[in-house]
Ligand binder design. Structure first.
Ligand code: SF4
Ligand code: SF4
Length: 126
């Protein structure tokens, strides 16, 4: 999968941030769970060797460790979480997060305010 939407993280070229899984082939039992659950196509799976391959490391979501958490034998490693936190600080993503929050929840806030307004009006009548 070569999905361009994963090439950037909050506008930062994803390759600037060294966050991706590494598999210990000696520990891996080839169950394939990591390759199946990752929704970003980071893994492919070799049906001959029966081992996953980190095919698109930079499609991994910065800070995500779901596959490592689920691997039954702990064969997947990530850098320390501080690497992701440091990237968030370095690239000032919280400025963008604030903007996204407004866009994402503005409608919800307006609806809540409308409902609140209706309740107040009916309280005054009653
Ligand atoms: S989940 Fe773990 S054991 Fe299963 S294929 Fe992936 S790395 Fe190997
Ligand atoms: S950490 Fe998340 S995004 Fe990254 S490879 Fe694992 S499941 Fe996919």
């Amino acid at each position: 999968m070569s999905d361009k939407k994963f090439d950037y993280w909050f506008g930062v070229p994803r390759k600037e941030i060294k966050w991706y899984p590494k598999i210990d082939p000696a520990a891996c039992i080839g169950c394939g769970l990591c390759a199946v659950i990752c929704g970003r196509g980071v893994y492919s799976y070799d049906l001959v060797t029966k081992k996953p391959i980190v095919a698109q490391p930079y499609h991994c979501l910065v800070g995500c460790q779901t596959c490592a958490n689920l691997c039954p034998v702990g064969a997947i490693e990530f850098p320390p979480p501080e690497v992701a936190r440091e990237a968030a600080r370095k690239y000032k993503i919280f400025i963008k997060v604030k903007e996204i929050l407004k866009e994402k929840f503005a409608e919800q806030l307006i609806e809540t305010a409308k409902e609140y307004g209706k309740e107040m009006a009916s309280d005054r009548k009653g």
